[in-house]
Ligand binder design. Sequence first.
Ligand SMILES: [Zn+2]
Length: 237
Amino acid sequence: MTGRVERALLLTFDDRHVREWAAVAPLFASYGARVTFFVCEPDRLDRDEVRLLRGLADDGHSIGCHGLRHERAPDFVSAHGPAAYLDREVVPALERLRRLGFPARSFAYPCSARDEETDRLLLTLFERLRGGVPVGRRADPALADELRVPARDLTARRVLPGCSVDSGRGAVAYGDDLGGVEAALRRTAEEGGVVTLYAHCVADAHPDNHVTPARLDGLLSLAAGLSLPCAGFDELP
Ligand SMILES: [Zn+2]
Protein backbone atom coordinates (compact mmCIF):
# COMPACT_ATOMS: atom_id res chain seq x y z
CA MET A 1 0.00 0.00 0.00
CA THR A 2 3.01 2.31 -0.27
CA GLY A 3 3.67 5.21 -2.50
CA ARG A 4 0.33 6.43 -3.77
CA VAL A 5 -1.09 8.90 -1.30
CA GLU A 6 -1.23 12.46 -2.62
CA ARG A 7 -4.09 13.84 -0.58
CA ALA A 8 -4.30 12.90 3.07
CA LEU A 9 -4.31 13.73 6.72
CA LEU A 10 -1.18 12.24 8.28
CA LEU A 11 -2.12 11.69 11.90
CA THR A 12 0.83 10.70 14.08
CA PHE A 13 1.39 9.64 17.70
CA ASP A 14 4.68 9.82 19.55
CA ASP A 15 6.58 8.13 22.37
CA ARG A 16 5.65 4.73 23.83
CA HIS A 17 1.95 4.74 24.71
CA VAL A 18 1.33 1.44 22.97
CA ARG A 19 -1.48 0.18 25.22
CA GLU A 20 -3.46 3.41 24.89
CA TRP A 21 -2.88 3.46 21.11
CA ALA A 22 -4.04 -0.13 20.74
CA ALA A 23 -7.15 0.68 22.78
CA VAL A 24 -8.31 3.16 20.11
CA ALA A 25 -7.56 0.87 17.15
CA PRO A 26 -11.33 0.27 16.73
CA LEU A 27 -11.85 4.05 16.46
CA PHE A 28 -9.29 4.27 13.64
CA ALA A 29 -10.85 1.24 11.95
CA SER A 30 -14.34 2.76 12.16
CA TYR A 31 -13.11 5.65 9.99
CA GLY A 32 -10.91 3.49 7.75
CA ALA A 33 -8.06 5.63 9.08
CA ARG A 34 -4.43 4.59 9.04
CA VAL A 35 -1.99 6.56 11.20
CA THR A 36 1.70 6.55 12.18
CA PHE A 37 3.16 5.66 15.56
CA PHE A 38 6.62 7.07 16.23
CA VAL A 39 8.14 4.91 18.96
CA CYS A 40 10.97 5.89 21.30
CA GLU A 41 12.76 3.54 23.74
CA PRO A 42 11.94 0.47 21.63
CA ASP A 43 14.31 -1.58 23.82
CA ARG A 44 11.94 -0.95 26.73
CA LEU A 45 8.83 -2.36 25.04
CA ASP A 46 7.55 -5.37 26.96
CA ARG A 47 6.29 -8.47 25.16
CA ASP A 48 2.70 -7.37 25.37
CA GLU A 49 3.52 -3.95 23.88
CA VAL A 50 5.43 -5.59 21.02
CA ARG A 51 2.44 -7.81 20.34
CA LEU A 52 0.07 -4.82 20.37
CA LEU A 53 2.38 -2.81 18.11
CA ARG A 54 2.49 -5.72 15.65
CA GLY A 55 -1.30 -5.73 15.68
CA LEU A 56 -1.34 -2.02 14.81
CA ALA A 57 1.14 -2.63 11.97
CA ASP A 58 -1.01 -5.54 10.75
CA ASP A 59 -3.99 -3.15 10.68
CA GLY A 60 -2.05 -1.06 8.12
CA HIS A 61 -0.67 1.62 10.43
CA SER A 62 2.90 2.82 9.95
CA ILE A 63 5.50 2.39 12.70
CA GLY A 64 8.31 4.96 12.75
CA CYS A 65 11.31 5.78 14.92
CA HIS A 66 11.44 8.46 17.64
CA GLY A 67 14.94 7.84 18.99
CA LEU A 68 16.38 5.53 21.64
CA ARG A 69 16.23 7.93 24.59
CA HIS A 70 14.16 10.79 23.20
CA GLU A 71 17.19 13.09 22.84
CA ARG A 72 16.79 16.53 21.27
CA ALA A 73 18.77 16.09 18.06
CA PRO A 74 20.56 19.49 17.74
CA ASP A 75 21.50 19.48 21.44
CA PHE A 76 22.91 15.95 21.28
CA VAL A 77 24.89 16.77 18.12
CA SER A 78 26.29 19.94 19.74
CA ALA A 79 27.31 18.05 22.86
CA HIS A 80 28.66 14.80 21.38
CA GLY A 81 29.02 15.25 17.61
CA PRO A 82 27.07 13.91 14.63
CA ALA A 83 28.60 10.42 14.61
CA ALA A 84 27.75 9.87 18.27
CA TYR A 85 24.20 11.04 17.65
CA LEU A 86 23.64 8.40 15.00
CA ASP A 87 25.63 5.68 16.81
CA ARG A 88 24.11 6.13 20.25
CA GLU A 89 20.67 7.62 19.78
CA VAL A 90 19.39 6.70 16.32
CA VAL A 91 20.94 3.51 14.92
CA PRO A 92 20.29 1.40 18.06
CA ALA A 93 16.62 2.49 18.02
CA LEU A 94 16.28 1.78 14.31
CA GLU A 95 17.98 -1.62 14.62
CA ARG A 96 15.80 -2.61 17.54
CA LEU A 97 12.63 -1.69 15.68
CA ARG A 98 13.80 -3.61 12.60
CA ARG A 99 14.67 -6.67 14.69
CA LEU A 100 11.12 -6.55 16.02
CA GLY A 101 9.87 -6.57 12.43
CA PHE A 102 9.10 -2.88 11.91
CA PRO A 103 10.88 -1.31 8.91
CA ALA A 104 10.68 2.18 10.52
CA ARG A 105 11.16 4.19 7.34
CA SER A 106 10.37 7.53 9.00
CA PHE A 107 11.63 9.45 12.03
CA ALA A 108 9.86 12.05 14.17
CA TYR A 109 12.05 14.55 16.00
CA PRO A 110 11.65 14.48 19.80
CA CYS A 111 10.28 17.89 20.89
CA SER A 112 10.31 18.83 17.16
CA ALA A 113 13.91 19.98 17.72
CA ARG A 114 15.81 19.87 14.39
CA ASP A 115 18.12 21.81 12.11
CA GLU A 116 19.59 21.36 8.64
CA GLU A 117 22.51 19.32 9.90
CA THR A 118 20.30 16.85 11.75
CA ASP A 119 18.03 16.61 8.69
CA ARG A 120 21.04 15.74 6.54
CA LEU A 121 22.23 13.11 9.02
CA LEU A 122 18.87 11.44 9.48
CA LEU A 123 18.00 11.41 5.79
CA THR A 124 20.88 8.96 5.32
CA LEU A 125 18.75 6.48 7.33
CA PHE A 126 15.12 7.50 6.83
CA GLU A 127 12.87 8.37 3.91
CA ARG A 128 11.01 11.08 5.82
CA LEU A 129 11.31 13.17 8.93
CA ARG A 130 8.64 14.96 10.92
CA GLY A 131 9.34 18.33 12.47
CA GLY A 132 6.86 20.70 14.03
CA VAL A 133 5.41 24.18 14.21
CA PRO A 134 5.04 25.99 17.56
CA VAL A 135 2.00 24.81 19.50
CA GLY A 136 0.70 28.40 19.76
CA ARG A 137 0.18 28.46 16.00
CA ARG A 138 -2.55 25.87 15.97
CA ALA A 139 -5.31 28.43 16.50
CA ASP A 140 -4.06 30.61 13.62
CA PRO A 141 -5.95 30.15 10.33
CA ALA A 142 -2.77 31.22 8.48
CA LEU A 143 -1.25 27.94 9.66
CA ALA A 144 -2.87 26.20 6.68
CA ASP A 145 -0.17 27.60 4.35
CA GLU A 146 2.65 26.43 6.56
CA LEU A 147 1.31 23.02 7.38
CA ARG A 148 -0.03 21.79 4.04
CA VAL A 149 2.52 20.24 1.68
CA PRO A 150 1.18 20.37 -1.90
CA ALA A 151 1.04 17.07 -3.79
CA ARG A 152 3.53 18.31 -6.41
CA ASP A 153 6.12 18.88 -3.67
CA LEU A 154 5.59 15.57 -1.89
CA THR A 155 8.31 13.53 -3.58
CA ALA A 156 10.97 16.16 -2.90
CA ARG A 157 9.86 17.24 0.56
CA ARG A 158 11.55 14.93 3.04
CA VAL A 159 10.84 16.94 6.20
CA LEU A 160 7.15 17.44 6.96
CA PRO A 161 6.03 20.01 9.51
CA GLY A 162 3.54 18.72 12.07
CA CYS A 163 1.22 20.50 14.47
CA SER A 164 0.23 19.29 17.94
CA VAL A 165 -3.38 18.42 18.60
CA ASP A 166 -2.78 17.28 22.17
CA SER A 167 -5.50 18.24 24.64
CA GLY A 168 -3.18 18.69 27.59
CA ARG A 169 -0.56 17.28 29.92
CA GLY A 170 -1.27 16.39 33.53
CA ALA A 171 -3.43 19.12 35.01
CA VAL A 172 -2.55 21.56 32.20
CA ALA A 173 -5.09 21.97 29.39
CA TYR A 174 -3.82 23.35 26.07
CA GLY A 175 -7.04 24.99 24.96
CA ASP A 176 -9.73 24.01 22.52
CA ASP A 177 -9.04 26.35 19.61
CA LEU A 178 -7.78 24.25 16.69
CA GLY A 179 -8.80 26.86 14.11
CA GLY A 180 -5.51 26.66 12.23
CA VAL A 181 -5.58 22.87 12.14
CA GLU A 182 -9.14 22.84 10.86
CA ALA A 183 -8.28 25.42 8.20
CA ALA A 184 -5.35 23.23 7.11
CA LEU A 185 -7.61 20.19 6.84
CA ARG A 186 -10.15 22.10 4.74
CA ARG A 187 -7.45 23.51 2.47
CA THR A 188 -5.90 20.07 2.01
CA ALA A 189 -9.28 18.53 1.25
CA GLU A 190 -9.87 21.18 -1.43
CA GLU A 191 -6.43 21.49 -2.99
CA GLY A 192 -4.73 18.16 -2.24
CA GLY A 193 -1.40 17.46 -0.63
CA VAL A 194 -0.92 16.35 2.95
CA VAL A 195 -1.24 17.87 6.38
CA THR A 196 0.58 16.34 9.36
CA LEU A 197 -0.68 16.42 12.95
CA TYR A 198 0.77 14.86 16.08
CA ALA A 199 -0.32 13.81 19.53
CA HIS A 200 1.07 11.48 22.18
CA CYS A 201 -1.00 9.34 24.54
CA VAL A 202 -4.72 8.90 23.87
CA ALA A 203 -6.61 9.31 27.14
CA ASP A 204 -9.13 11.50 28.93
CA ALA A 205 -6.41 12.31 31.46
CA HIS A 206 -2.71 11.43 31.62
CA PRO A 207 0.46 12.87 33.23
CA ASP A 208 2.10 13.01 29.77
CA ASN A 209 0.95 14.87 26.68
CA HIS A 210 -2.33 13.34 25.56
CA VAL A 211 -5.24 13.83 23.23
CA THR A 212 -8.71 12.88 24.44
CA PRO A 213 -10.57 10.18 22.52
CA ALA A 214 -13.35 12.74 21.98
CA ARG A 215 -11.00 15.21 20.28
CA LEU A 216 -9.47 12.42 18.21
CA ASP A 217 -12.93 11.31 17.13
CA GLY A 218 -13.76 14.93 16.24
CA LEU A 219 -10.67 15.25 14.02
CA LEU A 220 -11.31 11.92 12.31
CA SER A 221 -14.93 12.91 11.82
CA LEU A 222 -13.95 16.28 10.33
CA ALA A 223 -11.54 14.60 7.90
CA ALA A 224 -14.16 12.01 6.95
CA GLY A 225 -16.73 14.76 6.40
CA LEU A 226 -14.27 16.45 4.04
CA SER A 227 -13.58 13.11 2.29
CA LEU A 228 -9.94 13.52 3.28
CA PRO A 229 -8.33 10.08 3.77
CA CYS A 230 -6.20 9.43 6.84
CA ALA A 231 -2.96 7.68 5.85
CA GLY A 232 0.33 6.55 7.35
CA PHE A 233 3.81 7.86 6.52
CA ASP A 234 4.69 4.58 4.79
CA GLU A 235 2.03 5.30 2.17
CA LEU A 236 3.63 8.52 0.94
CA PRO A 237 5.20 8.64 -2.52
ZN1 LIG B 1 8.31 12.56 21.90
